[in-house]
Design a binder for this molecule. Structure first.
Ligand SMILES: Nc1ncnc2c1ncn2[C@@H]1O[C@H](COP(=O)(O)OP(=O)(O)OP(=O)(O)O)[C@@H](O)[C@H]1O
Ligand SMILES: [Mg+2]
Length: 377
């Protein structure tokens, strides 16, 4: 099978570009038992960063580190959160021991209330925990028991809760958050990572002083990857594929079209790297057109859900980003009143459709959506 240079899913190993500082910081937190809250817009590379760090920790560290990631995206109520967390705890418990016999002994010692059983499947040993009708209590018991078991075995465990913003959306989420806080505060051998996209929901959970998870974690944010880092990464992979580098105009075009959004860099380059010919400006534009075509129906559905004012703001920002959206020029251009622009900006920011770049300019987050608006005037 041909090597995957630009995956559209998690990037690790050779496909992983840079993030040296973030990798170092996350690793240091995890080794030292500091809990981390990782936040970035959708498809910026949160899961890839965690997977890469998990990989490095499993090979680099002399002391034993075991980690497991749960994905909370499918969670829709307290019972489904309970199921996903118990399942993750059971997996991590299984990783703390090398035989089923020892795993069940360990589970019976620390998780007896959850009636543990041991199973083996293709991923290894798994401790099955039985949920009761009290999700918050079970979550607390499971996380506390996991920590005691890891301490007993002298192992540092890492429990990653990805797509954590899902919890904010379910009914009575506060009692779940309180159970998690209770266990996380007491953790001695488990390091927690909470990761998610919707900035608004996550900020409410971790930075609102009335919420249980307030001030529990170190925050780690992800920005886009720099031009210099992509320059090294792309040219190395171009050398590998064609024994040639991209000329500077073509490289610049890739950076401009994708706006260094990690997913769209990979989407564009995965098309370019299929060719036997090293890309030029023309083939890069054609490949970008293809990216727009691929996403048209998803984009149309997403845009269709927006109000007329929100669409008007997106269209004006797609034409030209601004750092003064309430200024005369932008109001004239969007043909809107200041208060309507403010309301629309708020919703668009909350839903991660726009962001403020390092120069404080409001921009569309998705470069394909930008061109979709530009091309359809
Ligand atoms: N450091 C990186 N180097 C190369 N490609 C990357 C990097 N980080 C992310 N990508 C690419 O960007 C895309 C999004 O990555 P990933 O799934 O890790 O992001 P995410 O923030 O977890 O997304 P989501 O919000 O959808 O969960 C993938 O195509 C991935 O391969
Ligand atoms: Mg992810």
């Amino acid at each position: 099978m041909e090597k995957e240079y630009f995956p559209l899913w998690q990037a690790t190993g050779d496909a992983f570009c840079n993030r040296v500082a973030e990798r170092y910081e996350l690793k240091q937190h995890l080794i030292a038992g500091r809990h981390t809250w990782l936040m970035a817009p959708r498809r910026y590379g949160k899961s890839s960063l965690i997977a890469q760090v998990q990989l490095e920790l499993s090979t680099e560290q002399e002391t034993q580190i075991k980690s497991y990631l749960i994905d909370l995206l499918p969670a829709y109520d307290r019972n489904s959160v309970q199921e996903i967390i118990l399942n993750g705890v059971g997996r991590l418990m299984g990783m703390l021991e090398s035989s089923p016999k020892h795993a069940i002994q360990l589970a019976l010692k620390f998780l007896s209330k959850l009636k543990p059983e041991v199973a083996i499947d293709s991923s290894g040993i798994k401790v099955k925990l039985s949920p009761s009708n009290n999700p918050s209590l079970d979550i607390k018991e499971a996380l506390l028991g996991l920590d005691q078991a890891a301490s007993d075995n002298g192992i540092r465990a890492i429990f990653v809760m990805d797509e954590f913003q899902s919890i904010a959306g379910i009914a009575e989420s506060h009692s779940i958050e309180a159970s998690i806080r209770h266990a996380v505060e007491r953790a001695k051998s488990v390091s927690y990572v909470f990761s998610g996209s919707n900035r608004h929901n996550l900020e409410l959970m971790f930075e609102d002083s009335t919420r249980p998870l307030y001030h529990l974690c170190h925050q780690l944010g992800l920005e886009r990857i720099s031009v210099e880092d992509y320059q090294k990464h792309l040219q190395r992979l171009a050398q590998e594929k064609w024994q040639k580098t991209l000329d500077s105009e073509t490289f610049t075009r890739v950076m401009e079209l994708s706006e260094r959004h990690p997913y769209y860099v990979n989407k564009l380059c995965s098309i370019l790297w299929q060719s036997d010919q090293v890309p030029n400006e023309e083939s890069t534009h054609k490949a970008w057109e293809l990216c727009i075509q691929h996403e048209k129906s998803t984009l149309a559905a997403e845009i269709g859900r927006l109000s007329a004012n929100q669409r008007a703001v997106l269209k004006s920002l797609a034409e030209e980003p601004t750092n003064q959206p309430r200024g005369k020029e932008f109001l004239n251009r969007s043909r809107m009143a200041g208060t309507s622009v403010s309301q629309a900006l708020e919703v668009l920011l909350q839903n991660d459709l726009i962001y403020r770049d390092t120069g404080e300019y409001y921009q569309l987050l998705n470069p394909v959506m930008r061109d979709y608006f530009r091309d359809n005037q």
